[in-house]
Design a protein around this ligand. Structure first.
Ligand code: GLU
Length: 293
């Protein structure tokens, strides 16, 4: 058996402790748990807490409490991303050595101003699949000397992927295998739609995209089961996996639960919060029915 094939399928639920879990998380966690059981596989919990300003120990404890209440069991130890910033920094160094990252100095306000200025002319600024404006070219066009002098002046900066250079380096169409509730089969990846994605922030030494691909690989995840809101992000993950020579998991993006206004549930949707429903006297079986499992 090739060494990158794991004898047992490995699933993971990977919430961020920046709010209380709601019914949408229950669907995701229970589905992961069910699929792992059905496949005779393993189920892991991963705490995605790289955003040190928004993630709290209280929310992390609430995740454990809610999942235990749902009757789920996961392997120990639980991987917490904030314990592994070194691993993400190493990956960034690797990408830097390949020449596909650059320091990005523009603040959110500066990006907004550039986009607004451009859109004054009546032309739309290109946006990513989540609707955010693509990062402007400004920083990519700076000379090495200029970058160096800005860094020496102590100007805060992030690190971004130079999408064009990364795609040129990979030089092959990417795809992934999808078994979820939307499009499925072999899905062509379109990382270019995201522009120069952020890999490391000035206030957090990693980003969602970078840490998720590193951890999925380090934990030997074979099946990524998560909401359809992350379907398009998979394009970026496939590109990073290819650049960093990481294995490719199978993907299953499940349906999202909506509120009465047809909007995706958010961590502030109080009435669908698991802790709230527990206090109302609901059982884990009630939650299973409510999320349609
Ligand atoms: N941490 C992400 C979230 O809470 C999920 C990441 C993933 O499943 O890939 O939305």
């Amino acid at each position: 058996m090739p060494s990158n094939v794991h004898p047992k399928p490995v699933f993971r639920f990977a919430p961020s402790p920046n709010g209380l879990l709601h019914l949408g998380h229950a669907l995701s966690a229970m589905l992961n748990h069910d699929m792992a059981k059905e496949a005779g596989g393993r189920f892991l919990l991963r705490i995605e807490d790289i955003d040190l300003t928004r993630c709290t120990p209280q929310y992390e404890q609430a995740i454990h409490d809610d999942l235990t209440w749902l009757g789920l069991a996961w392997e120990q130890p639980v991987r917490r991303q904030s314990d592994h910033f070194d691993a993400y920094a190493d990956a960034l160094t690797q990408l830097d050595k390949m020449g596909v990252v650059y320091p990005a100095f523009l603040t959110r306000g500066e990006v907004k101003a550039i986009v607004a200025e451009h859109e004054k002319t009546g032309k739309a600024w290109p946006r990513d699949p989540d609707g955010s404006p693509l990062y402007p070219e400004t920083d990519k066009l700076r000379s090495t000397d200029e970058r160096q002098s800005l860094i020496e002046k102590g100007i805060r900066h992030a690190w971004r992927l130079d999408m064009q250079k990364a795609l040129a380096l990979v030089n092959t169409p990417l795809n992934w295998q999808e078994t979820g509730d939307g499009a499925h089969g072999e899905i062509p990846a379109d990382p270019a739609a995201w522009g120069d994605v952020i890999l490391s922030r000035s206030d957090a030494p990693s980003s969602y995209h970078l840490s998720v691909v590193i951890d999925d690989a380090l934990q030997g995840i074979t099946h990524v089961v998560r909401g359809l809101d992350l379907f398009h992000a998979t394009s970026v993950h496939r590109l990073l996996q290819t650049l960093l020579a990481l294995p490719q998991p199978l993907y299953h993006h499940h349906r999202l639960l909506m509120d009465e206004d047809g909007k995706k549930l958010s961590k502030s949707s109080g009435s669908t919060g698991l802790a709230h429903l527990r206090e109302q006297g609901m059982s884990a079986a009630d939650i299973r029915r409510l999320v349609g499992l």
